[in-house]
Design a protein around this ligand. Structure first.
Ligand code: 5GP
Ligand code: ZN
Length: 113
């Protein structure tokens, strides 16, 4: 499958890895929008939340809790941060492999554009 995030997660293309285990891959966003900006993905190719099914529930739950663990380990959990999942065209999704943006290190604005 010609998916850039699958290639990153499988180590075919080198990237800045923050965390990895058998099912999760976390790496720095190449175009950071905050002092801290990384992406957390399942290694399993799921195109977006729209394509996730009931069997993915535990995986996605572990991914979310892993994000919290990294936030604690990196020291920004207490100050706060934002987790963003863009879905489809109106959601602004540009890579068709589900990913959670994690943004931290500055006061983030709301609402988004
Ligand atoms: P989306 O717009 O789909 O929510 O977010 C895709 C994100 O992936 C963007 O923030 C973009 O900077 C990042 N991205 C796209 N291609 C690559 C890549 O090859 N390497 C890394 N590290 N980030 C990427
Ligand atoms: Zn993929």
């Amino acid at each position: 499958m010609d998916c850039i995030f699958c290639k990153l997660a499988q180590g075919e293309i080198p990237t800045d890895v923050l965390y990895e285990d058998e099912e999760i891959f976390v790496f720095t966003d190449q175009n950071p929008q905050a002092p801290v900006h990384f992406l957390a993905i399942p290694k399993k190719h799921i195109a977006s939340l729209n394509e996730a099914d009931a069997d993915d529930a535990a995986l996605l739950g572990r991914l979310l809790l892993r994000i919290r663990q990294i936030a604690e380990d990196e020291g920004f959990a207490a100050d706060g941060y934002r987790v963003v999942n863009n879905i489809g065209q109106d959601g602004g999704q540009s890579v068709a492999h589900i990913h959670f943006h994690v943004l931290a290190g500055r006061s983030l604005q709301w609402p988004p554009g």
